[in-house]
Design a protein around this ligand. Sequence first.
Ligand SMILES: [Zn+2]
Ligand SMILES: [Zn+2]
Ligand SMILES: [Zn+2]
Length: 136
Amino acid sequence: MSEKEYIIKEIDGELKVIEWKEKNPPLMQCGHAANALWQSPKEFGNKDIWSCVICDGKESHVIAKQPDLEGRTARCTYFGKKKPRRRYANDECNYGCRGKLICQCGAIKSSFELPFFEYRPNEPQDEFYCGCFGWD
Ligand SMILES: [Zn+2]
Ligand SMILES: [Zn+2]
Ligand SMILES: [Zn+2]
């Protein structure tokens, strides 16, 4: 991913991403991969730009310097945890543990496209959510 694919402008002393031309979600400064769209200020045309709804702070609108994920793996937040029986029918994992009693998604290839992906440069693994507890 080259840095030319997005435009960053300074608004009120803050750097904001005004336009993103890639379909793939980029990593945001809060550490999560973008997971939602946010509307840019009127002076920048009310454009939809990538954002993070988990954090919803000013850093969640700013694209980070894109790290190289080569060789990194991510594990589900619920890895190794028993899925709640009450919601067992809602097990909607798309990464290999669907139907299992315990989440087994402990080493999925890191990608900004994984749901709720969080880049953790200081940890051995990144984190994401595989869907094992459902999507409600
Ligand atoms: Zn975030
Ligand atoms: Zn899973
Ligand atoms: Zn899981």
